[in-house]
Design a binder for this molecule. Structure first.
Ligand code: MG
Length: 169
């Protein structure tokens, strides 16, 4: 590989969707959200952390979350997704890898019709920063509804996009 590339920052993006169902728990960015509906999932269903993991893995061209943590594996049943995120961060930052990266910033956009996520945004940023070992100022979490349009607007699911920038150590 061109040695110049070892000096360059790298961008990654991630995307995930989980279905919503009455009576299940809702956790987003490691924060429990009081809600009538929660996520149908093999893990704890933290769709925001899953998108973020995929963005980090994508930036380092290390595959995706399904490759590293297959949902057919009983070890990951009900798992706290912050554990997956901390494993992904360890892969990115170089434990066991020849070259390591620092996380420059992450930006997460959550599309959910309800409940309103505004009251939880600060706790989400703090939680993600803590798990990734970075400062809260490097972590952005944004929330939007879809104006009642589409599957998100009908309250059938939640959609999340994440973008990250990583830089060689
Ligand atoms: Mg997922």
């Amino acid at each position: 590989m061109d040695p110049f590339l070892n000096t360059c920052p790298r961008v990654g993006n991630g995307y995930d969707v989980h279905a919503l169902k009455e009576g299940l728990p809702m956790r987003l960015c490691g924060v429990d959200i009081p809600s009538a509906k929660g996520f149908v999932a093999h893990s704890d269903g933290d769709v925001a952390i899953h998108a973020l993991c995929d963005a980090l893995l994508g930036a380092a061209a290390l595959g995706d979350i399904g490759l590293h943590f297959p949902d057919s594996d009983p070890r990951y049943k009900g798992i706290d997704s912050t554990k997956l995120l901390s494993e992904v961060v360890a892969m990115i930052t170089g434990k066991g890898r020849r070259e390591g990266y620092r996380i420059v910033n992450v930006d997460v956009t959550i599309a959910l019709q309800e409940p309103k996520l505004r009251p939880y945004i600060d706790a989400m940023r703090q939680t993600l920063a803590g798990v990734m070992g970075i400062d809260k100022s490097q972590v952005s979490v944004k929330a939007t509804t879809t104006e009642r349009l589409g599957f998100v607007g009908r309250g059938e699911g939640c959609e999340v996009w994440a973008t990250v920038l990583i830089s060689p150590m």
